[in-house]
Design a protein around this ligand. Structure first.
Ligand SMILES: *Cc1c(COP(=O)(O)O)cnc(C)c1O
Length: 233
């Protein structure tokens, strides 16, 4: 299958999930996760109509963003953030979905260039307190949301989560519903929270049933990532 065919299939799955959940048409956007993918593959997805792309590794991403600067692409950073990488992220991305601590939020606010629009931010939450995962705990979340909400160079947009992998759809749904409830609770306090980023290739249907507004799909669009790709960067 070509990337265009895969993309059409994922968009169809997305529409079916929206319909099944009785949600509004276009209430869920698709982020194409292009980490480990060649620039040509991004170009192919773009030609097929995809405009938002997600990357997880700063150097790899900056090279691609520069090579594709003539394209009208919205770039999302979705990977773990080291503090020495915040300047590159603040200079090159439109969105950052993986802000999980105050130090990172402060640096992005300070380093976002004046000539660019404020940086769109999703705070990443780890509701299930997996020590191996990135994400603010529920205790840390409030102060992080407060900071991002008030920071002049940041634009609070949403919450992102990567719950533990589950094979069972009922288990997936249960986790996504807990995240969704937390999102709805905070929405009263922070009305700018409109994006709930959750769901990937394997669990996007359950995520949409639970209220996701953005699914992040890599392999479903581009096929498997090269086995050795982490060593290449
Ligand atoms: C890689 C990645 C994805 C996409 O995963 P696939 O299984 O390829 O769909 C989504 N979100 C994040 C944060 C990722 O790092």
């Amino acid at each position: 299958m070509t990337i265009e065919q895969n993309l059409n299939k994922v968009n169809q799955l997305l529409q079916d999930a929206i319909e099944e959940a009785n949600r509004t048409v276009n209430s869920v956007t698709l982020l194409a996760v292009s980490k480990a993918q060649k620039i040509n593959n991004i170009g192919e997805a773009y030609a097929a109509g995809q405009k938002a792309f997600g990357e997880s590794y700063v150097q790899e991403a900056v090279d691609k963003i520069q090579a594709l600067r003539e394209y009208d692409i919205e770039w999302h950073f979705i990977g773990p953030i080291q503090s020495n990488k915040t300047r590159d992220i603040a200079q090159h991305f439109d969105w950052v979905q993986s802000v999980d601590r105050l130090k990172i939020a402060r640096r992005l606010n300070e380093q976002r260039p004046e000539e660019l629009a404020p940086l769109n931010i999703c705070v990443q939450v780890d509701l299930f307190a997996e020590s191996s995962k990135q994400g603010a705990t529920t205790e840390e979340l409030k102060s992080l949301l407060d900071y991002v909400c008030d920071a002049p160079r940041l634009n609070l947009k949403g919450i992102m989560a990567i719950p533990p992998k589950q094979q069972d759809t009922a288990q997936q749904l249960k986790q996504f519903e807990q995240i969704s409830q937390l999102f709805l609770d905070y929405q009263h306090q922070y009305p700018s929270l409109t994006t709930l980023s959750m769901g990937m290739s394997q669990d996007m249907t359950a995520a949409i049933a639970a209220g996701s507004t953005m699914v992040r799909v890599g392999t479903g669009i581009f096929g498997p990532r090269p086995a050795n790709w982490k060593q290449q960067i």
